[in-house]
Ligand binder design. Structure first.
Ligand SMILES: Nc1ncnc2c1ncn2[C@@H]1O[C@H](COP(=O)(O)OP(=O)(O)OP(=O)(O)O)[C@@H](O)[C@H]1O
Ligand SMILES: [Mg+2]
Length: 324
């Protein structure tokens, strides 16, 4: 029996003897599961041991989770913290990934607010679209007695410098709305905002003032960070797979050295793992007619990861002295 089918059977037994989790039942009854912008907490998949580096970010998330859990106690002492975060850093360093992890850690649903989609609408609709969606999320949270993480990518599109050349009036109104939201006027206890940007220099200082967004850098990983990313992402792959083991003898030290030398980020590691698996499958199926007997006992030699890495040309990578 595969690892997964054993797990599934265990789960089914648990449901039949103890009944289903009332929280899940409630959600299944009342919420349209087809809303692709909401991932409920039981579906969140990012675990802490799958993330490499980013200790500063994880520490901040722990703090916010503690605050969210013991909010009443903080209030008792007269402390009101602002939990909203702005994650900034280069592409592929794990901003979206960490936001999903935060939802899991905080025990909240993960909700996406697509700012650029709303901005491409016509004038006037923008404001209604963004604020309307936020209000819907708030209702969903209230209805289910849960908190929601609202993730907003490309944050500079709304939190960029206000009132300067060419800014459309509606954006200013939305910016004002968010300022009030963070200052507590429109505050809801249910929603925590996590914004992300590659262009922090474009963010208006008003949003970074203390008591508004907590600004956290999500940087390029160092060698140790990369070592942990490789380990974490192989672990994540094995958890998702139906097999006991996907890779045999992974050369973590060599992978960390070589990927560090090439200035990799987490997204590059993820691409290499995926590409290695895809190439391996392509190779397998090119030699056989029937896949059934293959599926039971395949394990990919870990060295293939290093081979893929060496052949990998990062998109847009500039040639540097000493690089292949
Ligand atoms: N620090 C990390 N630890 C583990 N995995 C990571 C890390 N950073 C990135 N990854 C992997 O790379 C994938 C892509 O990263 P993600 O989309 O979170 O990057 P991003 O910073 O949001 O990029 P962008 O700025 O382009 O939106 C993740 O789903 C994850 O598999
Ligand atoms: Mg992202």
């Amino acid at each position: 029996m595969t690892k997964k089918s054993a797990k599934k059977r265990k789960k089914q037994n648990a449901v039949s003897s103890f009944g289903q989790d009332p929280f899940i039942e409630e959600i299944e009854k009342n919420v349209q599961p087809e809303d692709p912008n909401i991932i409920y907490k039981q579906d969140l998949i990012v675990s802490r041991d799958e993330i490499g580096g980013l200790e500063n970010v994880l520490k901040e998330i722990d703090k916010i989770a503690r605050y969210a859990k013991f909010e009443k106690l903080y209030t008792l002492f007269g402390i009101r913290k602002n939990p909203h975060i702005l994650l900034h850093g280069p592409p592929g360093t794990g901003k979206t990934y960490v936001a999903k992890y935060a939802a899991k850690k905080i025990d909240a649903a993960y909700m996406e607010l697509n700012l650029t989609e709303h901005l491409s609408m016509w004038h006037g609709m923008t404001e209604r679209g963004v604020i309307g969606q936020l209000e819907t999320y708030e209702e969903v949270c209230k209805e289910h007695f849960m908190k929601g993480i609202v993730f907003m990518d490309e944050a500079e599109s709304i939190f960029g410098h206000r009132g300067t050349g060419g800014t459309i009036h509606a954006y200013d109104n939305i910016a004002q709305y968010f300022l009030r939201f963070m200052d507590g006027t429109n505050q809801t206890e249910d929603l925590i905002l996590i914004a992300a940007t590659n262009k922090v220099e474009m963010i208006d200082e008003a949003f970074l003032r203390s008591g508004r967004f907590n600004s956290i850098e999500v940087g390029i990983p160092d060698r140790k960070g990369l070592y942990d990313i490789w380990e974490g992402q192989v672990r994540a792959t094995e958890r998702k797979s139906e097999l006991e083991k996907v890779f045999k003898y992974v050369p973590y030290d060599d992978l960390a050295d070589e990927s560090y030398r090439r200035g990799f980020v987490g997204a590059d590691v993820r691409s290499i793992i995926d590409k290695t698996i895809e190439d391996y499958i392509d190779n397998l199926v090119s030699n056989v007619e029937d896949s059934d007997e293959l599926v039971t006992n395949v394990t990919i030699p870990g060295d293939l990861l290093l081979e893929t890495l060496i052949a990998y040309k990062k998109f847009g990578q500039k040639k540097r002295v000493g690089f292949k």
